[in-house]
Design a protein around this ligand. Structure first.
Ligand code: OVV
Length: 405
């Protein structure tokens, strides 16, 4: 039994036996998000022995206090102080200042607005070409044929990767984003055939594998300048390869699913294609492609006045915060004209998504091409959810694209 009935008021912290890493939850997380937000500012999840925050105010507060809510013991369920990390920890995601800041400075520059601006012409051309091709086909699966195909057509080139096996980026992302949750069936399935994929990612992160133009070479150049050690550079490239594809696939899929389900919003976008960027941003709020991350408390503290001990894992429900009625009007409406600044779909604070300028460019050019060329997106078959411990997205979305007159 999950839900309100499972919330006990005996202690200061309500308890829930909800499982946010289950197929039922992935199918429809919203009722449990509602219950967790209503239960209190902080809730204990009895199945995992962790605390959780689901209201916008507390999610934002935890994200913005890295001294108390550390990432160095892992941004997933596993506590690196108690168990061996599944992979070598990330030098940016799974660190605190000062180490975090040293890596982050390099990534901030490599993925800066100025660096991303140089990609715009090519990214827009690729989006136009793909949408043209899909309009010719008419019917297709919006997830593999568009949400996955587009990032895979532009991102590896921007990194400077060789052509072979680029599709390995998807199973690799799937593994790592599953690994932030419990060691459940979704994780085991994702890591089943991991060896060749992990070896491939490691090989692609080496300097010699990377073209001289591109994010990869720029990260290695930072080692020449003494900003990173030569041993650290491949690990920082690995961060970009891990976090750069699966996330944007889920984000693009979310936007397509939103525009198909809310045709009046698609009509609004068509009438003013300059809303493409806003339409993508609102999809990130609405679906929250990255649903959850954890922190670990470094000291005895409190959350909204509730005492919390040292060494507690705290699960942040970004998706619940992004639909918190305390923060948003009509949160369950996809509204491309909404003032959605302050959503936590890209996180917040020092660990806020370092690739968000790139993600927004991809979203903008794909939705912009649709706005100019398509009259609408018609769903022609059942949308199928993809199950992942961290990412919310679809495995399949059969659609027909109607060409604008
Ligand atoms: C945000 C994110 C997700 C997955 C992996 C990483 C970062 C990384 O730094 O490796």
């Amino acid at each position: 039994m999950t839900g309100v009935a499972a919330v006990s008021a005996t202690g200061a912290v309500p308890v829930s036996d909800a499982d946010p890493f289950s197929a039922a939850f992935f199918e429809n997380p919203h009722p449990i998000h509602d219950e967790l937000r209503e239960a209190g500012p902080v809730v204990r999840l009895s199945r995992y022995g962790v605390l959780a925050v689901a209201r916008h105010e507390q999610v934002h507060a935890v994200l913005n206090d890295w001294r108390t809510f550390s990432s160095a013991r892992g941004a997933g369920l596993a506590d690196f102080a108690k168990e061996k990390p599944w992979r070598l920890p990330s030098l940016v995601l799974e660190t605190d200042p000062p180490l975090h800041d040293r890596t982050r400075r390099v990534l901030d520059r490599v993925l800066s607005p100025a660096a991303i601006r140089r990609l715009r012409t090519e990214f827009a051309r690729a989006a136009d070409a793909l949408i043209e091709e899909l309009l010719e086909r008419g019917s297709f699966d919006a997830i593999p044929d568009l949400a996955e195909a587009y990032p895979l057509s532009v991102f590896p080139d921007a990194v400077g990767m060789p052509r072979e096996n680029r599709r390995y980026l998807l199973p690799y992302g799937n593994m790592v984003f599953n690994s932030f949750g419990p060691r459940n069936a979704f994780f085991e399935e994702a890591v089943k055939d991991a060896e060749p994929v992990i070896a491939w990612v490691q090989a692609q992160s080496q300097r010699a594998a990377l073209a001289p133009e591109g994010f990869g070479a720029a990260i290695h150049a930072a080692a020449d300048a003494g900003e990173l050690t030569p041993e650290e550079a491949p690990l920082v490239v690995r961060s970009v390869l891990t976090a750069g594809v699966d996330t944007t696939v889920s984000g693009l899929g979310a936007a397509l699913y939103c525009l198909a389900r809310f045709p009046e919003q698609f009509a609004r976008l068509r009438a003013d294609p300059s809303l493409a960027r806003a339409a993508f941003e609102e999809a990130v709020r609405y679906e929250s492609p990255v649903q959850t991350f954890f922190r670990t408390t470094t000291r005895d503290t409190e959350i909204a006045g509730v005492p919390v001990g040292e060494g507690e894992k705290v699960l942040m429900f970004l998706g619940a915060a992004n639909r918190d009625p305390r923060r948003w009007e009509r949160p369950e409406e996809y509204d491309i004209g909404r003032a959605n600044a302050g959503h936590v779909g890209f996180g917040s604070g020092i660990h806020g998504c370092v690739g968000q300028v790139l993600a927004r460019l991809e979203g903008e050019v794909v939705l912009g091409a649709l706005a100019r060329k398509a009259a609408g997106i018609e769903i022609t078959g059942p949308a199928r959810r993809r199950y992942n411990n961290t990412l919310r997205g679809l495995a399949s979305l059969p659609v027909r694209l109607h060409r604008a007159a």
